[in-house]
Design a protein around this ligand. Structure first.
Ligand code: GLN
Length: 456
């Protein structure tokens, strides 16, 4: 804990931590020491972690990197962090992210972006750590903590993991409780571990997962000891390569990384088959209707009355002026864009044309996966991202759709509620890390981690 705290103090330029909690960390570490002395040492006893700012942490600022939650310090602890701390983990502080987890570069944060600790060769230009869990990824990659929590609505764990050379797992929807995690798109949001390797991700997931009566979508299923199930033995497994993920204009480096991953699994005894997920091309438009629709509803609660920021009012302003001014000041441009898109697709005249249509296509996307799993496929191998980490400012200045295109390989997994993991498996020609994604069957995180272990 002390080593991490001093590393964090020396790494302000990375912008990974947005609230540091050294006093609490030392208290928690001392309590972990006591537990160790008493012979009661759970898996995470004394392990210092960073917590994404989307998690409510009791008595510690939890702002979802938004100005609208300025000064908000929850009275309660999220279920996932409660479980981590019960397993002995130490909280070092809160980690940077895109505002309300909307973004792929960490540049929508009210605190300013986190920075990727990696550079292109000798080039000094700063790169994005990815998003939305960019602070978590940067902190783990730069050894500021031993692991971190992330959340993934459309790729926010897997894409930053790929951009920073770490391992990130999005569990099956319902595996981890969403209680106390500030909501973005409730039917897609899942918490998961961001870690240095597959084994650490397995250990963290066992502590984070589990049924919670406070989240009606959390599954009442036993949580395996994922670490004890890691063997790296994939003999007899069938791995699918979806042809729709082979896009025009995909960089050669991503193509060859994918081929290499395929070969590694083949050499380890798995059978590789070509598969088709025919509705893949509709995944991004479907996601960018459903996620904003749910976000517009979830973000309606930030009205200047109950939480955080409230705009200064002029003489004669009424309640509507208060809402308008507060929301205009409190939400950044990307969040406002999502609220507008979401409100539009849910409006009476367009509900059927957009929202209902998207829900139907979502069912087809889910069915594509069910079909291939029924045909005997155990896991699916794809690239995690269409490129290595890009430069800060590069995409933010482009059309927002350019940024959305980054999520091309990850959003299908959330729409289908499946588990997915990003594993660092190679480098581009400038030395930047690249990741492959494995997609598993629902509730089969143990098998997914095991297959990922064979790729490591
Ligand atoms: N980049 C995607 C978005 O902006 C995914 C974000 C996430 O997974 N939280 O919506």
């Amino acid at each position: 804990t002390e080593a991490c705290l001093s590393a964090i103090d020396g790494a302000d330029a990375l912008g990974a931590f947005v609230h540091k909690t050294p006093d609490r960390a030392r208290e928690m570490a001392a309590a972990a020491d006591e537990r160790l002395k008493a012979g009661d040492a759970p898996d995470l006893c004394g392990i210092p972690l960073g917590i994404k700012d989307l998690f409510c942490t009791k008595g510690v600022a939890s702002q979802a990197a938004s100005r609208i939650l300025e000064g908000f310090s929850p009275e309660y602890e999220s279920t996932v962090t409660t479980q981590l701390f019960a397993a002995g983990a130490v909280m070092l502080g809160k980690l940077n992210m895109d505002e309300f987890a909307m973004g792929s570069s960490n540049e929508t944060s009210t605190y300013g972006n986190a920075v990727n600790p990696w550079r292109r060769g000798n080039d000094t230009a700063q790169l994005t750590p990815g998003g939305s869990s960019g602070g978590s990824a940067a902190a783990v990659a730069a050894d500021l903590c031993l692991g971190a929590t992330g959340t993934d609505t459309g790729g926010s764990i897997r894409q930053p993991a790929a951009f920073t050379g770490i391992t990130g797992l999005k569990p099956t929807y319902g595996r981890c409780s969403r209680w106390g995690i500030i909501a973005f798109a409730s039917s897609l949001d899942q918490a998961g571990p961001m870690a240095k390797d597959v084994r650490d991700a397995a250990i963290l997931l066992s502590a984070m997962a589990g049924h919670d009566p406070k989240d009606s979508t959390s599954a009442d299923l036993p949580v395996p000891d994922f670490e004890s199930m890691l063997t790296g033995d994939v003999r007899g497994k069938t791995i699918g390569i979806p042809r729709e993920y082979r896009m025009d204009g995909m960089p050669d480096e991503i193509e060859s990384l994918w081929a290499e991953g395929r070969k590694m699994l083949e050499d380890a005894g798995a059978t590789i088959v070509d598969i088709s997920l025919p509705h893949t091309k509709y995944a991004l438009p479907t996601y960018y209707v459903i996620a904003p629709a749910e976000a517009s509803s979830n973000l309606a609660r930030y009205d200047g009355v109950r939480y955080g920021h409230r705009a200064k009012l002029a003489q004669g302003d009424g309640i509507v002026d208060m809402y308008e001014k507060t929301r205009a000041e409190g939400f950044g441009p990307e969040v406002q864009r999502r609220v507008m898109v979401g409100t539009y697709v849910l409006s009476a005249g367009f509900y059927d044309a957009y929202y209902n249509r998207a829900r139907k296509v979502r069912t087809l996307i889910k069915k594509d996966f069910e079909d291939v799993f029924e045909q005997g496929v155990d896991a699916i191998l794809t690239p995690a991202t269409p490129s290595a980490a890009f430069g800060l400012g590069e995409m933010a200045e482009a059309d927002p759709v350019q940024m959305y295109l980054n999520d091309i390989f990850t959003v299908t997994v959330n729409l289908a509620g499946l588990p997915g993991i990003s594993v660092p498996t190679g480098q581009d020609r400038t030395g930047l890390p690249l990741g492959l994604q494995l997609i598993g069957k629902p509730w089969e995180e143990a098998e997914l981690l095991n297959t990922a272990y064979a790729l490591e």
